[in-house]
Write a protein that binds this ligand. Structure first.
Ligand code: FAD
Length: 404
């Protein structure tokens, strides 16, 4: 019987493991195929909104996440040219917690987040994990999906989830749309041990220094033992690049007109890893028959809202709920899942682009940005409004009934 076959997940990143765990917890057998030689994540930070803490609770991961993560006091935007504070959001305070149903904002090392999912998957008897397993193609026939692996093996499942990231092969076969859009923005990332961060530059905040066509973000990681740095600038020199070594001289040149605080932090690092940032236009449909996409494979976004991984985890929880609610009617469940997710994830994709424009504003637009974002006259700094971001941070309800 096809229904007795496992669910096949291509990709063992945060999205693939979250999907495997959410389905496994609901009693489905799942097999995860990762092309790499181990299940691992790169060294960098991930920001976690209150929306994803709600998902951690659903998945029973709250304590494990709390043992690694840091709750910053504020998100702060500084003007990289003048050093003036543009806006401050107290994401670690009682008002934020109250507004978002008891959840705070957090930051975590990607490897730690991935490890939490990996440990949970290893402890879940329904989940089987396989490395050095690269999927090439799939076929869907007779109520089952067959995955063709590199090396010739053919693996059968009742359904297939492509969680294989930005350059997804599953998407390529399923949707056949164009390549991802190269944004012209380049990210350099590095992590510093706390002891190497000058004491006057250490803050328990997520700080964003907004400069013309650049920005630098920093925040603490791993219980405060590390400091995460992400520097972004515009360049049309690169088309591809994912976790490759960058050129510190190029970075220094791009930020040369900016504040000494920014330059001092940049100068602390001599081995940056570089990413060419890409996204896609949102699409309404990413499920067909018994095959679907999840995370970056479905809705890759620029990182300016810091929500790509958050969205992948939300996807996983919603997908698993609908599989159960449909009585494992895969066509129905995958359609319900996509219909519920496409607008929310599209909003993140599109708003992230606008945030990028805002962060990188130059000239008069920069001055206007600072004016728009400044606290309104008479506003009580003790009573900040979080309503602008509530559509995102309020999070989602886990489906408990079939869509009407
Ligand atoms: C600079 C930067 C900062 C970011 N900051 C944040 C943040 O603060 N918060 C946040 O929520 N998000 C952030 N993101 C986004 C986040 O990193 C991604 O959205 C998230 O990692 C996507 O997870 P995924 O599992 O969908 O894809 P991936 O992490 O890309 O995982 C895909 C996996 O599939 C495997 N794979 C690919 N093809 C195959 C195949 N054919 N067969 C088998 N395996 C395959 C890959 O090896 C990989 O392990 C950031 C991204 C960048 C670039």
């Amino acid at each position: 019987m096809a229904q007795d076959l496992p669910v096949l997940v291509v990709g063992g990143g945060i999205g693939g493991l979250a999907a495997a765990l959410a389905l496994g917890r609901r009693g489905l057998k799942v097999r995860v195929f990762e092309q790499g030689s181990e299940f691992a994540e790169i060294g960098a930070g991930i920001q976690l909104g209150p929306n994803v803490y709600r998902m951690f609770e659903v998945l029973g991961l709250t304590d494990a996440i709390e043992s690694y993560s840091v709750h910053p006091d504020n998100m702060v935007m500084m003007d990289g040219l003048t050093g003036e504070e543009v806006i401050r959001l107290p994401v670690g305070g009682a008002a934020f917690r109250k507004r978002f149903a008891g959840y705070l904002y957090g930051v975590i090392h990607r490897a730690d987040l991935h490890q939490v999912f990996l440990d949970a998957c290893k402890g879940e008897k329904n989940v089987e994990l396989k490395v050095l397993a690269k999927a090439l193609r799939f076929e869907e026939e007779g109520g089952r999906v067959t995955l063709q692996m590199e090396g010739g093996e053919r693996i059968e499942g009742c359904a297939l989830i492509g969680a294989d990231g930005l350059w997804s092969r599953v998407r390529n076969q399923l949707l056949g749309d164009a390549k991802p859009r190269v944004s012209g923005h380049i990210a350099y990332r590095a992590v510093l041990p706390r002891a190497e961060v000058p004491a006057d530059l250490w803050q328990n905040n997520v700080v964003l220094w907004a400069g013309p066509r650049t920005h630098l973000v920093h925040y603490p990681l791993r219980r405060g033992e590390l400091y995460n740095l992400v520097a972004v600038f515009h360049s049309d020199k690169y088309e591809e690049g994912w976790n490759v070594y960058g050129d510190p001289a190029e970075l220094a040149q791009k930020f040369s007109s900016e504040r000494p605080e920014v330059l001092r932090l940049l100068a602390k690092i001599n081995a940056w890893k570089m990413w060419v940032l890409c996204d896609r236009e949102p699409v309404r449909e990413w499920s067909r028959g018994r095959v679907t996409l999840l995370g970056d494979a479905a809705h890759p976004t620029l990182q300016y809202m810091a929500q790509g991984a958050n969205m992948a985890i939300e996807d996983a929880v919603v997908l698993a709920a609908y599989v159960e609610l449909s009585g494992r009617d895969w066509e129905k469940a995958l359609r319900w899942y996509q219909d519920e997710r496409y607008l929310r994830t599209a909003r993140v994709q599109i708003t992230s682009r606008y945030y990028g424009d805002l962060y990188h504003a130059a000239g008069v637009v920069r001055e206007l940005r600072n004016q728009f974002l400044a606290p309104k006259p008479g506003a009580d700094p003790g009573q900040p409004s979080f309503e602008g971001i509530a559509w995102l941070y309020d999070g989602i309800k886990v489906p408990t009934a079939a869509p009407g």
